[in-house]
Design a protein around this ligand. Structure first.
Ligand SMILES: [Zn+2]
Length: 377
């Protein structure tokens, strides 16, 4: 399939989509993310990543059909032009505002003031409550979500709750209660100054339950600069109690940390068994018919084939997957075009032969007089 045809087809599709699409995707995100926001209420007792296959016994939702994380097959995502850029407000905090950073035995959690909010991109308003990370080990990656089967080194989750509820705790049990912003972390050439604000304090909270106050900084720096390109689906918290109340946003652009930073992240903390806190990610869960929306046309982005790492895009480097939705559409439009062209040619042909019949008597009347040459000689 030629790229030109593909491009034309997608443009046609975009135009048609704009003209004809209603708001079929109003229920967006999925959500998840656990908010181990520190407190261990009754029933929130002991769980571990070792026994994650049995979470459903004590926490029934963990065995549900709207669980997170998931693998995102980019070829199967659905472009939704209704997904607006995510807008954040209040994310830049002054250094004199101290934040609690805690090792809760499952992850490192940074508590966030309620002044941080998502003010655009979602249908409703959400307040931040905490952020935390998922990582692997020195020998392997540890993001929770995967893209086309690829697992990234680590993943950040910024947990928010719907402002229509009074607290995170109240919101987490309602279907529209939570919104989690997620981004993938990869190893890059330089130290990331925003992540360093967290990583440099990890040695102070190596044991489970330990916490430290850290100066405020620009929390938005922990998320990609490009908040326009993302995936959206409905899901759950990725840790018990696995409530299926999260509208997930996963950014396409990845964050880069230095190799040293990634090592410190994977090596510093210990869990409640006093073992290294590593591989704190849950395996991907079944989609069970759920659809993943994309705020952008994944096939067009892939077609550009930006050099790897040019924008740290999660899409780059995974451009090899074979047959995309765009190809199917291109074939469809190609066939439609061929049929239309054929019909048009047939029409022209018929019209011409009709004219020919009408014309022929006239033409036969034409008296053709050849130019005469006078013989002047
Ligand atoms: Zn998480």
């Amino acid at each position: 399939m030629s790229r030109a045809v593909l491009r034309v087809s997608l443009l046609l599709l975009a135009a048609l989509g704009r003209a004809g699409a209603g708001s079929e995707h109003d229920q967006e995100h999925g959500g998840e993310d656990p908010p181990p926001s520190g407190e261990k209420g009754p029933g929130h007792s002991h769980w571990s990543y070792e026994e994650r296959e049995h979470w459903g016994v004590d926490y029934p939702d963990c065995a549900g059909t709207v669980q997170s994380p998931i693998n995102i097959d980019m070829a199967k995502t659905i472009f939704s032009p209704h997904l607006r850029p995510i807008q954040l407000s209040g994310y830049s905090l002054p250094a004199n505002e101290k934040l609690k950073l805690k090792n809760n035995g499952h992850t490192v959690v940074l508590n966030l003031p309620e002044s941080l909010a998502i003010t655009g991109g979602y249908a409703q308003q959400y307040r931040a409550t905490q952020l935390h990370l998922h990582w692997g080990s020195p020998s392997g990656p540890g993001s929770e979500h995967t893209i086309n089967g690829h697992r990234f080194a680590a993943e950040i989750h910024v947990v928010h709750y719907n402002t229509k509820y009074d607290s995170f705790k109240e919101a987490m049990v309602h279907p529209d209660g939570l919104a989690v912003l997620g981004a993938f972390l990869e190893v890059g050439p330089r130290e990331n100054p925003y992540y360093q604000e967290i990583i440099k304090h990890l040695y102070e909270i190596q044991g489970e339950g330990e916490e430290v106050l850290v100066p405020g900084f620009n929390i938005a720096g922990l998320l990609p600069a490009n908040l326009k390109l993302y995936f959206h689906y409905n899901g759950s918290l990725t840790t018990p109690p696995c409530y299926q109340t999260v509208k997930w946003t996963l950014f396409n652009q990845t964050m880069l940390l230095s190799h040293d930073q990634m090592s410190v992240l994977a090596m510093s903390l210990r869990n409640d068994d006093n073992k290294p806190l590593q591989n704190n990610y849950r395996p991907v869960q079944g989609l069970h018919g759920r659809r993943v929306l994309a705020s952008f046309q994944t096939s067009l982005l892939l077609e550009k084939e930006m050099p790897p790492g040019a924008d740290g895009s999660a899409a780059t480097g995974h451009a090899s997957s074979s047959f995309h939705a765009g190809d199917v559409l291109a074939v469809l439009f190609g066939v439609l075009f061929a049929i239309t062209a054929l019909a048009f040619l047939l029409y022209i042909y018929k019209h011409r032969s009709q004219n020919a019949r009408l014309d022929s008597p006239t033409k036969s009347k034409v008296i053709y007089t050849a130019a005469t040459t006078e013989n002047t000689a």
